[in-house]
Write a protein that binds this ligand. Structure first.
Ligand SMILES: Cc1ncc(COP(=O)(O)O)c(C=O)c1O
Length: 391
């Protein structure tokens, strides 16, 4: 099946007794009862498939895990209670029997950098940050530090840089370090990291997958060699996504193809309008023909699906002017998150990258005049009209 059909069918229609529900139901139960103790014994011993306790698996969540495994062409998945829980699980499972060193992209979601520097760091994991878009420098960092894992985002948050994942996967392989990729911004519709040689993929399912602003969730999908520790750790650590959120995420994924297509086409229109607006200094957008990583984008992304995130710099603005501009928005939602059906605007210096010092933000190019727009599925003219009146 093509990915557009997998979105609709994968994971669904599991037999339940003598009938088959068309949509996977919400199994709101923490434990499971079997007539025979012998059968329960076989289930606990993994000789027979079946649920026993929610931390070890739930039929609704398992259906979602089967779906996302299919979408990313992985070997298995674990659905987690948030994107950060998923990142935490991915990193722990990669490092458990490897060198306690990580080389990570310097420009990533603030909480991811924070997790590495301020949780894994003090626990004794050496963290080295390197520019993912400077391939030679990234290769040198990996060769010098010999990490146990490498962490990157397909499209960096918030400046939308795109590292050459295919080349980085080769660098990771040569170094014997699993490559962990946060694919939240791209979705498997644009890029499937495992097909490019990455080993573990993470999503904040809160974003494009669930897509409606009503779920907090995360996913870890891994290749054959790396899935076992992910599943084993999850059984003990308990980062599980609940059945109701699993149901909502599965339901959201069914329309992800349509939503992302519309969001990408809206983003192209909005970005080119912003680029010629006198109130804008600079637009960062993966569909821009002048994007610094254009060659990589054309090689890795499908034609005309370049992503729906835009970052732009307001001319001559500081915090106060950005606040006033955002307060003027009427339809565009001023809130933290992205990938939803509604267009949203976020101020990275105040929200996603607040935990970084002003000096760190400045070094990464996240100025006080930078705002991030997640394009929704509304009529593009309405998005542009709302921005225009706010200017
Ligand atoms: C790229 C990226 N990864 C991970 C996360 C964390 O996801 P969650 O908020 O679901 O924990 C976010 C949240 O904004 C994100 O933007």
């Amino acid at each position: 099946m093509k990915i557009e059909s997998k979105l609709i069918h994968a994971g669904d229609r599991k037999k339940a007794g003598n009938f088959t529900p068309v949509s996977t139901p919400i199994y709101m139960t923490s434990s499971y009862f079997y007539d025979s103790m012998e059968q329960l014994d076989r289930i606990f011993g993994h000789e027979e498939e079946g649920p026993s306790y929610q931390r070890y698996g739930n039929p609704t969540t398992s259906a979602l895990e089967e779906l996302v495994t299919n979408l990313e062409n992985g070997h298995g998945a674990v659905a987690c209670s948030s994107g950060m829980a998923a990142l935490n699980l991915a990193v722990l499972s990669a490092l458990i029997d490897r060198r306690k060193k990580i080389v990570a992209a310097s420009g990533m979601y603030g909480a991811t950098t924070n997790m590495l520097m301020n949780i894994f760091g003090p626990m004794g994991v050496e963290i080295e940050l390197a520019d993912i878009c400077d391939l030679a420098a990234f290769r040198s960092a990996v060769e010098e530090h010999k990490p146990g894992a490498i962490v990157m985002e397909t499209v960096s948050n918030p400046l939308l840089r795109v590292g050459a994942m295919d080349h980085i996967a080769r660098i990771a392989k040569d170094a014997g370090a699993p490559l962990i990729v946060d694919n939240t911004f791209a979705t498997p519709l644009l890029v499937r990291p495992l097909e490019l040689g990455a080993n573990i993929v993470v999503h904040s399912a809160t974003k494009y997958m669930a897509g409606h602003g009503d779920v907090l969730g995360g996913i870890v999908i891994a290749d054959q060699q790396h899935i076992a520790p992910v599943q084993t750790l999850a059984r003990t650590m308990g980062p599980n996504l609940g059945p109701f959120e699993s149901f909502l995420t599965m339901r959201g994924i069914k329309t992800m193809g349509l939503r992302v297509e519309r969001q990408c086409s809206n983003a192209c229109k909005v970005a080119s309008w912003l680029a010629s607006h006198p109130g804008v200094d600079r637009v960062h957008f993966t569909g821009d023909p002048a994007h610094p990583d254009r060659e990589t984008i054309l090689r890795l992304f499908p034609k005309n699906l370049y992503g729906a995130m835009i970052a732009f710099e307001l001319k001559g603005a500081g915090k106060a002017e950005v606040f006033r501009f955002m307060e003027k928005l009427k339809m565009i939602v001023r809130a933290t998150s992205l990938g939803d059906v509604h267009t949203m605007m976020l101020y990275p210096a105040m929200a996603s990258h607040r935990d970084l010092s002003p000096k760190q933000r400045h070094k990464l190019g996240i100025g006080d005049n930078l705002v991030r727009l997640s394009t929704g599925i509304e009529a593009p003219d309405d998005i542009i009209a709302d921005l225009e009146q706010a200017f």
